[in-house]
Design a protein. Structure first.
Lengths: 112, 403
């Protein structure tokens, strides 16, 4: 199956998002949350990046990993009470990504 | 095994590719280490002033914004009359003390310390300031009231004036051309960025120094420190002090206060903003260094995959699973990145061993910053190594063997 244009756009946005947000892992605000908080948040960002690679290659694990990392991120924000107004934009994008993925999920490859 | 063999076979290439991460980790963790150390030092200095203490003086403490100095310079300095008014009438103050500073030589026989800070303090100064007496005692009420020639020395004077092992208590040191009996030594506090460490100060009774110095002269920086009673907020204390001091100074209703009531929280808040800016600048510079380092690792991993395509083909044809190939290259990238990060942390640690003496303050590579450095290295390894590793895992064995 050839990768649909919409998934390519989502993946490119996702890659750029990770490049932009990665320095946020060691931002002073995340650092203030606790010693291991940058590590936890960093793993979520890394998982999101890997999920985009999976989606780029039209793999089901990519979408599944994206959903897991999305909910992990939400849980992180709620537990650390670090929810901000800008997070709503990120949630809106993530929901759009997940809904779009659903349309192509059945046509995606189950293998690694 | 294949990964380690590849890394060892190309030592120079391995070193150059991890250098990016080393520099990135070095940049960001150095900034965090220096800002954390500065912050600890300054916060320690501010805390030594006391959190529930209000300082009455001429100039208000302020960071940025409008500062009408031309109004403040016309104000009178804090006076002993102000202190007496507070001590007589305040219901919310637990203790209050007056302090005035000057710089003079302190001499003990042929040993002398030039330009030492001599502080004239009133009786309750030990109740409003955070310091501990290591040897001896504080002034008695009688000594303070009568202005006796007794002195409490900061910790550095013990080594600066006296021989090792010599007990300074009871000895006579010379200041202002007069002799003072040493009755106490303050516990060592270490260097302070705010310059308020007691180590380099000598305390003598205010009633002695007021006969020699003009205690209202601005050059002698007179101030009154007032400590709130337990359960009384600084705001309540400031409200009462405003009323008392306005009454003492006979200020008409509607006129501006002729004094400033300063709190250490103003300093803390001012420094919070400063450290946030330094932290953010360091974070941005370090962040981009790390990203560049990550691109270096990704690049070398692509080269590594290209070089070992044939080997990957053989491994896959012998039954190696995709995840095995993936993990092989991913572990190589993470290992490279972690070694780079560890080298960066090692360089910082070595620098901190010497930098403390050079800057006159303790600079420490903390556990939090070490964990952060290793975390960043690990994550950069995963992010930069995943794409090359995944492309290696996806190779067709037949096509791979042909190359």
């Amino acid at each position: 199956m050839k990768r649909p244009l919409i998934l390519s756009i989502i993946c490119v946005i996702g890659f750029l998002w990770v490049v932009i947000t990665f320095p946020g892992v060691f931002s002073p605000s995340v650092k203030k949350l606790g010693v291991f908080m940058p590590a936890i948040y960093g793993l979520i960002v890394a998982a999101t990046f890997i999920s985009f690679i999976g989606v780029w290659h039209l793999k089901r694990w990519g979408m599944e990993l994206y959903v897991i990392s999305f909910f992990s991120k939400m849980l992180f924000f709620v537990l650390t009470k670090s929810f901000e107004i800008t997070s709503i934009l990120g949630i809106a994008f993530s929901l759009w990504f997940m809904i779009t993925y659903l349309f192509f999920y059945k046509r995606m490859d189950v293998n690694l | 095994m294949f990964a380690s063999h590849s890394l060892l076979a190309n030592k120079l290439r391995t070193f150059l590719s991890l250098l990016g991460i080393t520099i990135g980790i070095f940049a960001i963790i150095t900034v965090f280490t220096v800002t954390d150390s500065l912050e600890n030092n300054i916060r320690g200095s501010i805390e030594s002033l006391g959190n529930n203490v209000v300082i009455v003086e001429k100039w208000p403490w302020a960071f940025g914004g409008d500062y009408p100095w031309w109004k403040y310079m016309l104000r009178p300095t804090a006076s002993i009359n102000d202190l007496e008014a507070i001590q007589l009438n305040s219901k919310t103050a637990e203790a209050s003390a007056f302090r005035v500073d000057t710089k003079k030589r302190v001499q003990y026989f042929n040993n002398m310390v030039e330009n030492a800070t001599i502080s004239g303090v009133s009786a309750d100064y030990n109740l409003v300031s955070n310091f501990e007496i290591e040897q001896g005692r504080y002034f008695t009420q009688l000594e303070s009231d009568n202005g006796k020639n007794v002195a409490i020395l900061g910790n550095t004077f013990q080594t600066g004036l006296f021989s090792p092992g010599e007990n300074p208590l009871g000895k006579e040191v010379k200041m202002f051309g007069r002799k003072f009996t040493v009755i106490g030594i303050v516990k060592k506090q270490g260097e302070s960025m705010m310059g308020n460490s007691m180590d380099n100060q000598v305390m003598i009774p205010l009633n002695f120094i007021r006969n020699i110095l003009d205690v209202r002269a601005e050059t002698n920086e007179p101030y009154i420190a007032v400590k709130a009673k337990a359960g009384v907020s600084n705001e309540q204390l400031k409200d009462e002090l405003t009323g008392l001091l306005r009454s003492e100074r006979r200020l008409q209703p509607g006129t501006e206060d002729s004094f400033a009531l300063n709190e250490t929280s103003v300093l803390s808040k001012g420094f919070d903003g400063l450290f946030d800016v330094i932290g953010t600048v360091g974070w941005i510079i370090g962040g981009f260094s790390i990203l560049v380092g990550g691109f270096g690792i990704a690049n070398i991993m692509f080269v590594s995959v290209k070089e070992r395509t044939n080997l990957i083909g053989i491994q896959k044809s012998l039954g190696a699973k995709n995840y095995f190939i993936l993990l092989q290259f991913l572990s190589e990238a993470v290992f490279l990145s972690l070694i780079g990060g560890l080298l960066g942390l090692l360089v910082i640690w070595i620098i901190t061993l010497f930098a403390g003496d050079a800057f006159g303050m303790e600079i420490k590579l903390t556990l939090a910053n070490t964990v952060l450095g290793l975390t960043i290295s690990f994550l950069i390894g995963i992010i930069s190594g995943f794409v090359p590793a995944y492309s290696a895992a996806q190779l067709d064995p037949v096509e791979a063997i042909r190359q």
